[in-house]
Design a protein around this ligand. Structure first.
Ligand code: ADP
Ligand code: MG
Length: 445
């Protein structure tokens, strides 16, 4: 499967070399595949629009390469650029950009006037689209007579009149109330699923992220993370809100389902799943074979519990003759780092699993109780809930026996009750953790 859009080492710099130089994008590398629904997400000013317009061929301060359907944008002549905007890409904007003095129908037809389609065909096509979007009755009205949601539907109809394969939308629902916003998003989803349009959408609203197959998180002009909700091309990826949440939800589920198993057994059951999750973060553009190879490697890493960043990097970077995957160095480095982060997260989660185990066999030793009384008295906290007291006992016991470190101890105190913590406020938890460290120092020095 060839990407429909490929961005390589893209920098966009405004006022280059001047004192007011703005680096809007730095080293952006992405591949977008046909029929994907992609979201660029990030805070205001992070560079989302700049990236979208760069891909649309509307940005001039570009360094790096952008390929649309395998053709280098930089080499497009005037005619090809026109074709790109007439045929390949449809644009939708936050502000609709309808022409106020033209009727809805004429607005929709507008992009066709420059093509060869005859008038009758154009009109029929426009009406068909307006009907599809539920605004046919408004065809002869002026845009101002329509609601915001209706105007955006008209704008989407207009963007589709030349039947482009790619739809680009910059905050298309940013001006709409939440009901209309959702309607328009559903419409775009439908266009993606039914009419196989590739959609690239910019938003700063996290509520819409689940619409996308993949989300690129942008911060300070860089892509800082890619989230894969599902992969439209072959390799199936579990629906994931984010890797971290999915893993912990699954652990929770497994713990509840297999309460007779030890945390270790549960951990082992989870390993193939975890490996898949980690790899799914990074598999875009790889063959199934490569993906499986990496999954196996990650699975082994998780099994042995020894994580060695360099060896993962080498494995990813080296050629198949050496048992590797032959990735380019930058990608290999990125994935190795990503794997490291996620393995770290898993370690934290495993500590949580242990906590569940502890709860089953609570300690009743006098020392733990003493320390608990001391800490709670010291910070003037009264806890009546038995389970919460047990959780604090366990945390103290684990810290005294050095099963957990200070940070985990603090976390256990501050985590909400429903997530298995003691639900103390963060500052108190921090102070208690510090006090306990002092106690330990005083005792064991
Ligand atoms: P977003 O769409 O994520 O809100 P933009 O892509 O519009 O962000 O802008 C990214 C950065 O580039 C911002 O700091 C913005 O001020 C700057 N920028 C965007 N366009 C221009 C321009 N034409 N000239 C100078 N700076 C610009
Ligand atoms: Mg913007």
């Amino acid at each position: 499967m060839q990407p429909i859009i490929k961005v390589e080492h893209l920098d966009v710099i405004y006022f280059l070399g001047k004192s007011n130089e703005v680096r809007a994008l730095s080293d952006i590398n992405i591949e977008i595949y046909p029929e994907e629904f992609i979201i660029f997400f990030g805070p205001s000013g992070c560079g989302k629009s700049t990236l979208l317009y760069s891909i649309a061929g509307l940005e001039t301060n570009i360094h790096g390469n952008i390929f649309i359907e395998d053709k280098n944008l930089a080499l497009f002549d005037k005619k090809e650029t026109l074709q790109l905007h007439r045929k390949t890409i449809g644009m939708i904007f936050q502000a609709f950009h309808l022409i106020p003095t033209l009727t809805v129908q004429k607005n929709v037809v507008l992009p066709q006037i420059l093509t060869n389609a005859n008038k009758k065909e154009r009109t029929a096509k426009a009406l068909e689209l307006l009907e599809y979007f539920g605004v046919k009755a408004q065809a002869h009205k002026l845009p101002a007579e329509l609601s915001g949601g209706q105007q955006q539907r008209v704008a989407i109809a207009r963007s589709l009149i030349n039947d482009p394969s790619i739809l680009m939308a910059d905050e298309p629902v940013g001006n709409l109330d939440s009901k209309s916003a959702q309607d328009v998003m559903d419409l775009l989803k439908n266009l993606n699923e039914k009419q196989k349009k590739t959609i690239i959408l910019v938003t700063h609203n996290p509520a819409f992220l689940s619409y996308a197959h993949r989300v690129f998180y942008i911060k300070d002009g860089k892509i800082v993370e890619t989230r894969v909700n599902s992969n439209v091309h072959g390799v199936s990826v579990p629906q994931a809100e984010s890797v971290k949440h999915t893993i912990s939800r699954d652990i929770e589920l497994l713990i509840n389902t297999f309460s007779s198993l030890s945390p270790n057994q549960i951990g082992n059951l989870l390993i193939p799943f975890k490996a898949k999750q980690i790899v799914s973060e990074a598999l875009i553009g790889m063959t199934t074979e490569e993906v499986e190879k990496i999954e196996k490697k990650v699975e082994n890493l998780l099994l042995t519990g020894i994580y060695d960043n360099e060896s993962t990097f080498e494995f990813l970077d080296q050629g198949p003759d050496k048992g590797g995957v032959d990735m380019d160095k930058r990608t290999a480095r990125k994935i190795a780092d990503k794997i490291k982060d996620i393995v770290g997260e898993i370690k934290t989660l495993e500590a949580e699993e242990n906590k569940v185990k502890m709860r089953i066999s609570p300690d009743s030793g006098g020392e733990v109780m003493q320390v608990r009384h001391y800490l709670l008295d010291e910070f003037d906290i009264e806890i009546k809930n038995f389970i919460t007291l047990e959780i604090i006992n366990q945390a103290i016991k684990d810290r005294l026996t050095n099963v957990i470190d200070r940070d985990v101890f603090r976390k256990r105190l501050s985590l909400p009750v429903k997530r298995g913590g003691a639900g103390l406020n963060k500052r108190t938890a921090k102070k208690m953790a510090k006090r306990l460290e002092l106690l330990i120092l005083g005792k064991y020095k």
